[in-house]
Design a protein around this ligand. Structure first.
Ligand SMILES: [Zn+2]
Ligand SMILES: [Zn+2]
Length: 262
């Protein structure tokens, strides 16, 4: 079995929990260590039992609590060489034995979890998406990417649970308060996926029966209801997928999502 829960997801901070029952990891810890710790405890999860924290990239909404959690609970941290260089000064001193290197397109076995990092398109040093597999069940995580391509689709194909970025509504972003340069950055191929981008990508990726979590929503340029409606309406137009019971869940910026065990 494999268990998934988004502890937090949004432009303020991201932290995903995955467990096989035997092995438990976080992907990112982008809120304070205390917040992550408290949210885990609310769910009956013990941070000291974490076997690793995998880091997608060095932006603060993905690493804020990484150093604190590693030091407090002696947890190994996994990141690419370039990400380590970029985040070193932000996460503080981490024990040498807990500094682990990973690379895109190189599978990594952590006890009974198989972790597959892959390249994504974002304005960070060496950003990653992740597949996490156990017992023929596959979870794919894709946030902070300005575009998707055949390579990303091929990596994520066959997933049973997918967390996909649904960052902004394109119209809200255009008329919203951000300066033009920031709007351009978000809309660029190194920025973030919009609600429409997420919907189009899901239509290509899904086969039916999957659980979709919409994540990394912008506080200023999106609403949870709007993201949900945009994606579910688009999927319902794709009758074959809708009839095959694709389930769409929301993640939250300030609390955990549904815990799913498959
Ligand atoms: Zn980012
Ligand atoms: Zn982010």
């Amino acid at each position: 079995m494999i268990k998934f829960c988004s502890l937090f997801s949004g432009s303020d901070g991201n932290c995903q929990f995955i467990s096989s029952g035997h092995t438990s990891i976080l992907v990112d810890a982008g809120l304070s260590g205390v917040k992550v710790q408290n949210e885990m405890k609310k769910l009956g999860l013990e941070p000291s039992q974490l076997d690793g924290i995998f880091v997608t990239h060095e932006h603060i909404d993905h690493i804020q609590g990484v150093g604190v959690l590693s030091r407090r609970f002696d947890i190994p941290v996994y990141a690419t060489e370039k990400t380590w260089l970029a985040m070193e000064s932000k996460v503080g001193k981490i024990k040498e034995k807990n500094c682990k290197l990973i690379a895109a397109d190189q599978d990594y076995c952590l006890q009974d979890l198989l972790i597959q990092p892959f390249h994504i398109s974002h304005d960070a040093s060496e950003p990653l998406g992740f597949n996490v597999l156990n017992d023929k069940k596959k979870i794919s995580l894709l946030t902070d990417t300005g575009c998707v391509n055949d390579y990303i689709v091929s990596k994520m194909r066959g997933c049973h649970i997918v967390l996909i970025e649904s960052n902004h509504d394109e119209e809200l972003l255009k008329v919203g308060p951000y300066p033009w340069s920031l709007k351009q950055r978000i809309m660029s191929e190194w920025g973030h996926l919009s609600n429409d981008n997420a919907a189009e990508f899901l239509k290509v990726l899904l086969n039916g029966g999957e659980h979709v979590f919409l994540g990394h929503l912008s506080r200023e340029n999106n609403f949870p209801e709007l993201a949900y409606k945009t994606v579910t309406y688009s999927l319902s137009e794709h009758q074959s997928l809708w009839e095959q019971n694709v389930t769409v869940h929301m993640t939250h910026r300030d609390r955990a999502s549904t815990i799913l065990e498959i």
